[in-house]
Design a protein around this ligand. Structure first.
Ligand code: NAP
Length: 258
């Protein structure tokens, strides 16, 4: 078995101990809904303090309330619209986190937008720019702002969210697919640049078909009940964002068995 396959198996089979993420401080983007919500709840269930970043305040507050109800550590809220936020906004955010926490142990880039399913030939420029802003530019700029805090951790994890169409392109998936290829490229470059010069590991995860709003928008004719729920695929996220994956760097993993 190859090393990559062994890591993939370890991620899929991972059973996080009850307090396996105790005292970790982890920021999740798109934490108010879908996979980001489920991963945020699971991180908190295992002891992590989660910084919930998203654009819809009431969704973030609902996740906050749910974490508190389940007895998790008090989360922090970061209402940010990644489509319009600027590097100055991210710098301000990083300053706020620095005042509250002395470090960041994990950053999960999960938020993204689908854009339109249409041929590249006709792809609308405005939608293209929005998708690239949210799915690519914002991820770079947020990472740049938070790297000093990630560097303060003895064991930090930077995790990008990929997609099947970000590894093998598919007709009509337009800006979304191109943005996911860009995420994979960004992951590989950060993984090389941070290797041996920091204790930050960098990987990507493809959730696979999952019962969320985004999936329903992409496949309106599909029965959502035929798909796993977000809560069913949190194990590989806990593996990649927690101490179990120390030393795993530059890997492109799947959250579901293919
Ligand atoms: P989702 O339910 O639509 O959740 C996406 C999240 O991103 C939402 O919380 C949304 O906030 C947030 N978001 C979108 N635009 C934003 C912006 N401008 N600023 C801040 N937050 C923003 O989708 P999901 O399926 O959970 O997707 C999570 C990740 O998995 C994405 O990266 C997606 O590409 C990837 N993925 C999903 C599947 C699947 O089958 N579901 C498959 C492959 C990859 P609001 O709730 O406020 O809109």
């Amino acid at each position: 078995m190859s090393e990559a396959q062994a890591i993939q198996d370890a991620a899929l089979q991972y059973q996080c101990p009850p307090q396996g993420l105790l005292d970790r401080i982890i920021l999740v983007t798109g934490a108010g809904d879908g996979i980001g919500r489920a991963v945020s709840l699971a991180l908190a269930d295992h002891g992590a303090t989660v910084i919930l970043l998203g654009r819809t305040q009431n969704k973030l507050e609902a996740v906050y309330d749910e974490i508190k109800k389940r007895g998790g550590p008090e989360p922090a809220l970061a209402p940010v619209n990644l489509e319009v936020a600027t590097p100055a906004d991210y710098a301000e955010l990083a300053g706020l986190f620095e005042g509250e926490f002395d470090r960041l142990d994990g950053l999960l880039h999960n938020a993204s937008m689908l854009g339109e399913i249409t041929p590249l030939d006709h792809y609308p420029t405005g939608t293209w720019n929005s998708v690239m802003q949210v799915n690519v530019n914002a991820q770079l700029q947020l990472t740049q702002a938070l790297l000093p805090l990630l560097r303060q951790s003895e064991d930090a994890s930077l995790l990008f969210t990929s997609s099947g169409v970000g590894r093998q392109a598919r007709a009509f998936w337009g800006a979304y697919a191109v943005s996911k290829f860009a995420n994979e490229g960004m992951m590989q470059i950060f993984a090389q640049e941070l290797d041996k010069t920091s204790s930050i590991r960098v990987n990507s995860i493809n959730p696979g078909a999952t019962r969320t709003r985004m999936r329903a928008a992409a496949y309106p004719g599909e029965d959502p009940q035929s798909l796993p729920a977000p809560a069913d695929l949190v194990a590989p996220y806990l593996y990649l964002l927690g101490p179990a994956s120390q030393g795993v760097n530059g890997q492109a993993l799947d959250a579901q068995r293919k």
